[in-house]
Design a protein around this ligand. Structure first.
Ligand SMILES: [Mn+2]
Length: 265
């Protein structure tokens, strides 16, 4: 029996240097499943128009996915905006992989989830993958850097005060508003369809929590956070961060201890 019932991945961005293909391979190896859902932006055709970075590991990711489909795993690919070229092939099955615009996944305990990439709910046209929240220490550091900046501004005869921390705070506030609006609109879509929640990607911000009585689940990404959602055999959904040391990547790993962070639910 596979180790989990379902695996949900999004935003792998194959074809770019940032894609964490080795880590993904390591994760996939340990998570054979009955269902494999690729929730968009798996291959970054946008970036590949400018330049292509296609490593051996990225090749292996494609091979492994095809192999899993061949060996009977149900593989569903929901194209995102970066692989929207594949949206011309909705309903098509190739290599055992089903291309779908959206999907409703039913967990073993009977909950029904809307699967979409999520770009259709993105109110802002530009792509917010840089989103991050600063902690107190970073804020403190910014204030100090700003003192130094102000000193230089005075030296250079630039008038007026400009706050770096203020600038970052405005940015973070806008980022948080963006995430909030995104969550609200995907949840609204799931509610309109009478479902129990949504599983999406797109904003590179992994999440698994209740929003207004429905489940908001985001797969995160394999560019920065290396996160995935899994469904256990009892229907329990879990957010997994795959940030354990990989031997091929750094040979100086201390004890090979699995730093697999498990979030609630
Ligand atoms: Mn996207």
């Amino acid at each position: 029996m596979p180790s989990v019932r379902a695996v949900f991945l999004s935003d792998v961005h194959l074809g770019t240097r940032a894609s964490q293909a080795e880590r993904l391979l390591d994760f996939l190896r340990e998570h054979p499943a009955k269902w494999l859902f690729l929730v968009g932006d798996i291959i970054d055709f946008w970036a590949m128009r400018r330049s292509i970075h296609w490593s051996a590991a990225q090749n292996t990711v494609v091979q492994k996915v095809l192999r899993r489909a061949r060996q009977g795993e149900e593989v569903i690919f929901i194209p995102g905006n970066h692989d929207e070229a594949l949206r011309d092939y909705l309903g098509v099955v190739f290599g055992g992989i089903h291309i779908e615009r959206e999907w409703v996944h039913c967990t073993i305990d009977g909950r029904r989830f809307l699967l979409v990439h999520g770009d259709e709910f993105d109110q802002v046209t530009c792509h917010h993958k840089w989103v991050s929240v600063l902690g107190d220490i970073a804020y403190d550091m910014l204030v100090r850097v700003n003192l130094w900046l102000s000193w230089w501004r005075r030296k250079l005869g630039i008038s007026g005060y400009w706050s770096l921390a203020g600038f970052v705070k405005r940015k973070v506030k806008r980022a948080l508003e963006f995430i909030f609006n995104f969550e609200q609109s995907v949840i609204r879509a799931a509610r309109a369809r009478g479902l129990d929640g949504v599983i999406c990607g797109h904003i590179h911000w992994a999440a698994l929590r209740e929003v207004d009585g429905l489940m908001y689940i985001n797969c995160g990404d394999w560019v920065d956070s290396c996160s995935a959602i899994i469904e256990h055999h009892d229907g329990r959904l879990e957010l997994v961060l795959w940030d354990k040391p990989i031997k091929q990547l750094d040979s100086v790993t201390s004890d090979g201890d699995c730093a697999r962070h498990v979030f609630n639910r």
